[in-house]
Design a protein around this ligand. Structure first.
Ligand SMILES: O=P(O)(O)OP(=O)(O)OP(=O)(O)OC[C@H]1O[C@@H](n2cnc3c(O)ncnc32)[C@H](O)[C@@H]1O
Ligand SMILES: [Mg+2]
Length: 202
């Protein structure tokens, strides 16, 4: 297990970084966002969340010399055969634009009835103790929900304003940050990581 108390967070997404800072706060580990350590974003060339997360973690660990935590995540919509999936960030093209992605998703689902608008967020986390770590720790969280017919709410990021959370009766963008951190795909993956790290974190 890692004993290093300073990790690099291998993400450039401000929304994710805020969620990780909240989730990691009780762990007693200092976490730096990769850009604060001069680490750029690698190209996400793979077709799986797992491989893209490995690419991000390995790149950040190599350049920073620190243990690296990466998240590759996305929205899988059943009526679209799992799209946008690993391409969620660039669904409407590059550079990534959350509003354009949400508009494209609404257009794609325009003729899909409510009962068939089911979807889930996936989050794959990778923790690499070093760039050469031969046994990266890989955790997966999922969050089932439904795609709304219009955007609602100002919190979160990405597809949150379109993602209806059945138990809460609102979109993810309307949830308090603390609640999203508990129940989301990212929160669930982090809970798995926390459990597997056991006594090696506070
Ligand atoms: O690669 P990094 O730098 O971490 O940032 P990114 O935004 O490019 O991250 P991904 O490649 O993992 O793409 C994930 C996309 O999936 C969507 N997404 C993931 N988690 C989400 C969440 O909690 N709420 C809303 N949308 C989310 C959102 O569009 C993200 O841009
Ligand atoms: Mg990305």
């Amino acid at each position: 297990m890692t004993s290093d108390r300073h990790w690099v967070l291998a993400s450039n997404n401000a929304g994710k970084i805020a969620e990780f800072n909240r989730l990691l706060q009780p762990w007693g580990i200092e976490v730096s966002a990769q850009k604060d350590l001069g680490v750029d974003s690698p190209e996400e060339t793979a077709t799986t969340f797992v491989e893209n997360a490995l690419i991000k973690a390995r790149h950040a660990a190599r350049i920073s010399g620190l243990p690296a935590l990466a998240d590759d995540s996305g929205l899988a919509v059943d009526a679209l055969g799992g799209a946008p999936g690993v391409y969620s960030a660039r669904y409407a093209g590059e550079p990534a634009d959350d509003d354009a992605n949400n508009r494209k998703l609404l257009d794609a689902l325009a003729n899909v009835p409510d009962a068939k608008r089911t979807a889930r967020f996936h989050c794959v986390l990778v923790l690499m103790r070093s760039a050469e770590d031969p046994i990266p720790m890989i955790c997966h969280g999922q969050w089932p929900g439904r795609i709304a017919r219009e955007t609602t709410g100002g919190g979160g990021f990405g597809y949150d304003p379109l993602f209806l959370v059945p138990e809460d009766g609102c979109t993810a963008a309307e949830l308090p940050a603390q609640r999203k951190a508990q129940v989301s795909h990212r929160g669930r993956a982090m809970a798995e990581l926390r459990e597997r790290l056991g006594d090696s974190v506070a």
